[in-house]
Design a protein around this ligand. Structure first.
Ligand code: ADP
Ligand SMILES: Cc1ncc(COP(=O)(O)OP(=O)(O)O)c(N)n1
Length: 262
């Protein structure tokens, strides 16, 4: 049997299974790739919020990464929750030294408003992590936190993209999921531009959208697609997963990573 394309997620664990490492591995399976993980932090999390988190030591993150990359190898890497400046800098150095495309989701705050990244790590995200990214995928809150650019309508997506590109990623996908109306995202490398538009699903069970989109992009890149092709395929996958998001617990349920199998 031929091995499927190999994708590595470097992210936090979500005990509720909707976001983080758990969302990433489900997405990778759904898209036909072999998912592998470097755990950066463990969250106690459910449908109503994040009750606590614990970071792993830098040496534990570095050792997991080396174990995977040096033996198994990777065809794409995705990063998510990195929690601290020390972990951001370690992971930035690791992905910059890996010969595979990287999708950087600069996770700042969860949907419930719980911080997943220390304020003291923002400078390291700007100066070390974003320059190492093949594609960066900030949401609008993360754009504001990192660049100071506030976007309240589709017209502002281009300004946000320029502000993030100034930090050096090859491509940026600005996610407009927090706006009203259609779910519109903007992908650009500064010369080429793609607007990705999908109908907004009136479904409150959207926990894990950002993690799912970023790991879907990484999966498609690992299969050999170009960045625009990978982002378009990933947008279609996440839109279907949001349409089928389901209630779990008393709050916001997860998107359905397995929607294509049902
Ligand atoms: N209600 C929705 N209906 C359809 N697409 C959505 C909806 N909410 C978010 N999206 C899309 O989901 C993806 C993730 O965006 P977003 O939710 O903004 O990310 P994050 O989880 O990082 O906050 C984007 O492609 C966005 O346009
Ligand atoms: C462990 C962990 N990592 C990332 C997130 C944020 O995930 P995201 O896909 O942006 O989804 P929401 O939390 O915004 O629904 C997380 N919650 N936990």
């Amino acid at each position: 049997m031929t091995a499927p394309p190999r994708v590595l997620t470097v992210a936090g664990s979500d005990s509720g299974g909707g976001a983080g490492i758990q969302a990433d591995l489900k997405t990778m399976l759904a898209l036909g790739t072999h998912g592998m993980s470097v755990v950066t932090a463990v969250t106690a999390q459910n449908s109503v919020g994040v009750q606590g988190f614990w970071e792993l030591p830098v040496e534990a993150v570095r050792a997991q990464y080396r174990s995977v990359v040096d033996d198994i190898g990777v065809q794409a890497v995705k990063t998510g929750m990195l929690a601290s400046a020390a972990l951001v800098e370690t992971v930035a150095e690791l992905i910059a030294g890996t010969d595979a495309p990287s999708v950087v989701d600069p996770v700042g705050v969860s949907k419930h408003g719980d911080s997943l990244l220390a304020a003291s790590a923002l400078d390291s995200v700007r100066s070390k992590l974003l320059p190492a990214a093949t594609v960066a995928t900030p949401n609008l809150d993360e754009v504001a936190q990192l660049t100071g650019v506030e976007v309240t309508s589709e017209d502002g997506l281009r300004r946000a993209a320029d502000a993030v590109l100034a930090y050096g990623p090859q491509w940026v996908l600005i996610k407009g999921g927090h706006l009203r109306g259609d779910a519109v995202d903007l992908l650009t490398d500064g010369s080429e531009e793609h607007v990705l538009r999908a109908p907004r699903h009136d479904n409150r069970h959207t926990h894990g959208t950002g993690c799912t989109l970023a790991s879907a992009i990484a999966s498609q890149l690992a299969k050999g697609q170009s960045v625009p092709e990978a982002v378009m395929a990933a947008k279609e996958y996440v839109t279907g997963a949001i349409a089928e998001g389901f209630a779990l617990g008393g709050g916001i349920g997860p998107v359905d990573h397995g929607w294509r199998f049902r």
